[in-house]
Write a protein that binds this ligand. Structure first.
Ligand code: NAD
Length: 474
C-alpha cells in the first residue's frame, strides 16, 4: 500500500509542470497517441481479446471509441477549458472570469468489461485538463491499461503522469485514500462504498454504475430494424455492457411477430472466439460469471419463463460461454427482471399500452440508458421525455456511447456525474472564479460602508429597483 502512496506522490510532482503546459502542448501527446493506437490496432485488439475473451468486433469498438474520445476532446477541449468572461458584480465597473483548474491527481477505478476504453478513454480528458492520472484496472483485466500506458509514453507522456495500480477492491480503496478526485466505474454496490470513502476525505467523485436498461417497442415500429437493434443492444460484448438492453416491453399486437423475429435471429448468431471479425458473440469474462448468469436463467425458467432462444452453457466453445438467450413470460418480480444480469440475456414482456410500457420501464432502481422504437419521431420523443434515465436512444440501442457531444451517465442507482461532452472534461477540474474591480480605491468593498444616511440608503434601493427593469441585468 506504500507503493500506491508513492505512485500518487510522484504523480503529484509531475502534475505541477504538466498542469502549466498549454492545452495544445498536452494535446500534441494525445494526438500522437491517437495515431499510434490506430497504427498498432492489431496489438491493441489482441490485448483486449486475450484478457476478456470478447469478439474482435467488440474489441474494435473499444479502440474506435477511445480514438473518437481523443479526437473529440482535441477538437473541443481547449474551448471547454478556456477561461470565460462572466458578468461583473457591478456592470462596467467590475468584471469576472470563470477558470477551470485541474484537481491534481485523478484516480480512475475501472471494471473488466471494457478494459481499454474505460481506462484510457477516461484518462484522456483528465490528462488534457492538466491532471496526472492513476488507473486501477480490474484484477481480471490488467493488460489493456498497461498497453495504453505504453502507447501514451511512446507518444511522449512522462511515466509519472499515468500510474497504474494493480489489485482488487483493497487496492481501489487505498487509491481513494490518496487521490484528489475519483472516477469510479463499476457496480452500484461498490460505487456506494467509494462514495462513502470519498465523502470521508471530502474529495469530489463521479460514479458510472450499473443498469437494467429497458427497450420499448410501439406497435408501429419498424420490426426488422428493432429486432436487429435488440440483438446489438443485448448481445454486444456478450451482454456485459452497462447500457445493454436487458428487458423489452413490446405492444401486444406485434409481440408474437417480434418475438419470432428476435428468436430466429438470435439462434443464427455465431458464437466463439477468434481473431477474425466473423464472430458475433464472444466469451463472457470468467467461468464464475458465466455460471452466475446461467443460474439466473435457470431460476427464471423454474419460475415459469419460456425460452425462445439459447439458455445453454457452451463448454464446447470455451469455459465461459453462455448462448445468447431470449426469454418471455418472465415474472416481473423475478431477479432476472429486476437486477442487472450483465450477460447475454434479454426478457420480452407483452404490454397493452405505451403508458404501461413507460410505467414498467421506470419501475427500477436503475436509470442509465433506454431505447425506444416507434414509427414516428413525435411519440418516441414523448416517451423519451417520460423515462427516468440518463440517456435514451430512439430507433437505436447503444448509440449514446459514441455521441461524444452528449453527456453520458445515469440517475438513481446508475450513477452520479457524466462522461463525454463538456461535462466529461470539466468534471476533472475545479471551477475558480476571479472577480476584478476596475477602479483601485476599494470602491466595491467599501460601497456599503459608505451608506451612512437614510437618503443614501433610499437612493441605493432605488438603483436596485432600476436595475431590475434594465433587460439583461438582474
Ligand atoms: P466492480 O464494482 O466489482 O469493480 C469495479 C472496479 O472497482 C474494479 O477495479 C474493482 O477492483 C474496484 N473495486 C471494487 N470494490 C472497491 C472498493 N470498495 N473501493 C474501491 N475500488 C473497488 O464491477 P465489475 O464487476 O468489475 O464491473 C461490472 C459493473 O460495472 C456492472 O455493474 C456494470 O454495469 C458496471 N459498469 C458501468 C459502466 C457505466 O458507464 N455506467 C460502464 C461499465 C461497467
Amino acid at each position: 500500500m506504500d507503493e500506491i502512496a508513492g505512485l500518487v506522490e510522484r504523480a503529484r510532482g509531475a502534475q505541477k509542470g504538466w498542469g502549466r503546459l498549454s492545452f495544445r502542448e498536452r494535446g500534441e501527446i494525445i494526438r500522437r497517441f491517437h495515431d499510434l493506437a490506430i497504427d498498432r490496432s492489431d496489438a491493441v485488439l489482441d490485448a483486449i481479446q486475450s484478457e476478456t475473451g470478447k469478439s474482435r468486433r467488440d474489441a474494435l469498438a473499444e479502440l474506435v471509441t477511445v480514438a473518437g474520445t481523443a479526437r473529440y476532446y482535441l477538437a473541443r477541449g481547449e474551448r471547454f477549458l478556456a477561461a470565460k468572461r462572466k458578468r461583473g458584480a457591478i456592470p462596467l465597473l467590475t468584471h469576472s472570469i470563470l477558470d477551470h483548474r485541474p484537481h491534481g491527481v485523478v484516480g480512475l477505478i475501472v471494471p473488466w468489461n471494457y478494459p481499454f476504453l474505460l481506462s484510457v478513454g477516461d484518462a484522456i480528458p483528465a490528462l488534457l485538463a492538466g491532471n496526472a492520472v492513476i488507473l486501477k484496472p480490474s484484477d481480471l483485466t490488467p493488460l489493456s491499461a498497461v498497453l495504453g500506458k505504453v502507447l501514451l509514453e511512446k507518444s511522449g507522456l512522462s511515466p509519472d503522469l499515468l500510474g497504474i495500480v494493480h489489485g482488487g477492491a483493497d487496492a481501489g480503496a487505498e487509491l481513494v485514500r490518496h487521490v484528489d478526485y475519483v472516477g469510479f466505474t463499476g457496480s452500484s454496490a461498490n460505487g456506494r462504498r467509494v462514495a462513502v470513502a470519498a465523502a470521508e476525505r471530502l474529495i469530489p467523485f463521479s460514479l458510472e454504475l450499473g443498469g437494467k436498461n429497458p427497450m420499448i417497442i410501439l406497435k408501429d415500429a419498424p420490426l426488422e430494424q428493432a429486432a436487429e437493434g435488440l440483438l446489438a443492444g443485448a448481445f454486444s460484448n456478450a451482454g456485459q455492457t452497462c447500457i445493454s438492453i436487458e428487458r423489452v416491453y413490446v405492444e401486444s399486437p406485434i409481440f408474437d411477430r417480434f418475438a419470432r423475429l428476435v428468436a430466429d435471429r438470435t439462434t443464427a448468431l455465431k458464437l466463439g472466439w477468434s481473431r477474425s471479425f466473423d464472430i458475433d458473440v464472444g466469451s463472457m469474462i470468467h467461468p464464475a460469471h458465466a455460471s452466475k448468469v446461467q443460474e439466473t436463467i435457470d431460476a427464471a425458467v423454474r419460475g415459469g419463463a419460456s425460452v425462445l432462444a439459447g439458455a445453454k452453457r457452451r463448454p464446447d466453445l470455451g469455459p465461459a460461454f453462455v448462448e445468447p438467450t431470449v426469454l418471455s413470460h418472465v415474472d416481473r418480480r423475478a431477479p432476472i427482471a429486476v437486477e442487472e444480469t450483465f450477460g447475454p440475456v434479454v426478457s420480452l414482456h407483452r404490454v397493452e399500452s405505451r403508458d404501461e410500457a413507460v410505467t414498467l420501464a421506470n419501475d427500477s432502481q436503475y436509470g442509465l440508458n433506454a431505447s425506444v422504437w416507434a414509427g414516428g419521431a413525435a411519440p418516441a420523443l414523448e416517451i423519451a421525455r417520460q423515462l427516468e434515465v440518463g440517456s435514451v436512444a430512439i430507433n437505436s440501442t447503444l448509440m449514446i456511447y459514441n455521441a461524444f457531444d452528449l453527456p453520458m451517465g445515469g440517475i438513481k442507482h446508475s450513477g452520479i456525474g457524466r462522461r463525454h461532452a463538456e461535462h466529461g472534461i470539466l468534471r476533472y477540474t475545479q471551477a475558480q472564479s476571479i472577480v476584478r474591480s476596475f477602479e483601485t480605491g476599494g470602491g466595491y468593498d467599501s460601497m456599503l460602508g459608505h451608506v451612512r444616511s437614510d437618503r443614501l440608503a433610499a437612493a441605493m434601493l432605488k438603483m436596485v429597483r432600476l436595475w431590475r427593469r434594465i433587460p439583461g441585468i438582474r
